[in-house]
Design a protein around this ligand. Sequence first.
Ligand code: GAR
Length: 196
Amino acid sequence: MTKRVAILISGGGSNMVRLAESMTGDHPARPCLVVSNDAGAGGLARAAAMGIATAVVDHRPFGKDRAAFEAALTDALEAQAPDILCLAGFMRVLTDGFVTRWQGRMLNIHPSLLPKYRGLHTHTRALEAGDAEAGCTVHEVTAELDGGPILGQARVPVLSGDTPETLAARVLEQEHRLYPMVLRRFAAGERGRVDL
Ligand code: GAR
């Protein structure tokens, strides 16, 4: 049966667009919802232009009450009955309760070669460490931040003269290749790791 995929974003949504575009033809999944915690996220208009249902659950009125924010987020998600959640630049840390609810059904893309550089500022940290290569990782989301089972990685060289911005752009190109590839396999029930 065709799987329903909800994509969670906070920003421009370039990964979301690539995921949504990939789900055509014999792909085992289709996008059912794009949801953002920020009404200003550029990706919302891009999703709407692609004919995908959108929703906004602003985290700010909930203050520090993450569980209440996630309850509202869960309501918005459940309204579309997704089988799979894809975090695609969704910049909120999730509680154990939310993660447990979706565990085994939730993917994330992270702009580093995990387990290196969990959290933020990954490209700056890779440059400061003098790394010869950088990349991105798609992993299952577990309660450990950026720590779930790795489903795929793509590598790029770090070039002399790179700035965090030039490196981020090189990595983002690979994110756009890797995430659709991993989602397709995941939706088909394959859990083997992809390396690009
Ligand atoms: C991507 O580079 C993604 O890997 C990163 O945010 C960017 C979102 O770009 N995610 C994280 O840093 C998660 N901790 P996009 O909105 O254009 O897809």
